[in-house]
Design a protein around this ligand. Sequence first.
Ligand code: ZN
Length: 301
Amino acid sequence: MSVTKNEEGLAGREDRSVYETDEPVRYASADGIATITLNRPQYNNAQNSQMTYALDAAFRRAVDDDAVKVIVLRGEGKHFCAGHDIGTPGRDVNKPFERVNLWWDHTNKPGGEFMYAREQEVYLNMCRRWRDLPKPTVAMVQGACIAGGLMLAWVCDLIVASDDAFFQDPVVRMGIPGVEYFAHPYELNPRIAKEFLFTGDRMSAERAWQMGMVNRVVARDELESATYALAAKVAAQPRMALALAKQAVNHVEELQGKRNAMEAAFAWHQFAHSHSELISGDRVGGFDARSMAAANRRQEG
Ligand code: ZN
């Protein structure tokens, strides 16, 4: 995936997206467990706005259905999620949507206002809504869980990963201090979070488990059965007690300053987008697809 310099500069911000599917998220429900599936496997489930709004609607549907006790979030195909859509034909950053938070529409806005309004809506505040929804959520992660993909795994209460899963936030290479939902120092201890960000290296599922970032690591062919066994166990508990237990733990994170910490990190993130645009004309100015791919190959090798 690549971004052409100035492709989304101040000029020419019309929407040129071409969707490959009208079902970027699938929804199913059985035995008290709702399954929400990211469904853009041909693009490794890269998140465009079409997908984030569909995700929001799916989470709402699961919350509204009294028969649903637990929600499983998974990705179709080889990878859980490769991050935000930065280069597929369905990239739709310039498209307006009916918003779920009360910020104004981002399209046709000048300077930093475009990113500030859009990313509050589709990234920061949607993720916070999903993290705080009152039913337990379980992420089922295989393959890549990169940048914006991390945000989706992190908003879930529990994470089950296959042994081939890896986690990565390589956006420092793009001149950005970390993804919009800046939970790194809560998901990892601060020193490991710094290493994770500074190097942009992949963290294996095994290492993520050692760090307490994921609950279970299982063989790839056992991922589904292990995830649904865990979800079924949780689903057997009383609904209200689950909601209260979730709120109680989330509240501890709030007392530790998570929300305020994220507000500051989001402001720095926006400064980085504006800084990049000032020095390179591109909001992800340090981004070079070839050097990023080469860095990934070095690590694989
Ligand atoms: Zn951003």
